[in-house]
Design a protein around this ligand. Structure first.
Ligand SMILES: [Zn+2]
Length: 101
């Protein structure tokens, strides 16, 4: 017995597929991923497994919530990636009030 059956080719999600996926999911209160996968296929997108559609949506939502990650990995001053970063934003430092002796 060899490996037989329907082979699902892993194709990258395109922007329009993402949008279609969002549009389908948006109206659903309880998402049936098998239905979503079918709906995507009916719209002319590649046939995917419910799992891959679900994962895709999950990743997408995580990317949308990337604000928290940004604060961690990006410079707070200029917003550039922190790794190997030399900040070009000149900080305005208020000199401390001179202490009187
Ligand atoms: Zn910076």
């Amino acid at each position: 017995m060899g490996k037989r059956g329907v082979q699902i080719i892993r194709q990258r999600f395109t922007g329009s597929e993402d949008l279609a996926l969002l549009a389908i999911v948006k109206g659903e209160k309880r998402v049936n991923w098998a239905k979503v996968a079918k709906a995507l296929h009916e719209r002319g997108f590649p046939q995917r497994t419910p799992k891959s559609v679900r994962n895709r949506n999950l990743r997408w939502r995580q990317a949308q919530n990337g604000v928290n990650q940004q604060q961690k990995n990006f410079c707070r001053k200029c917003g550039r990636p922190q790794r190997g970063h030399v900040c070009e934003v000149i900080e305005v430092v208020t000199p401390p009030a001179e202490a009187e002796p």
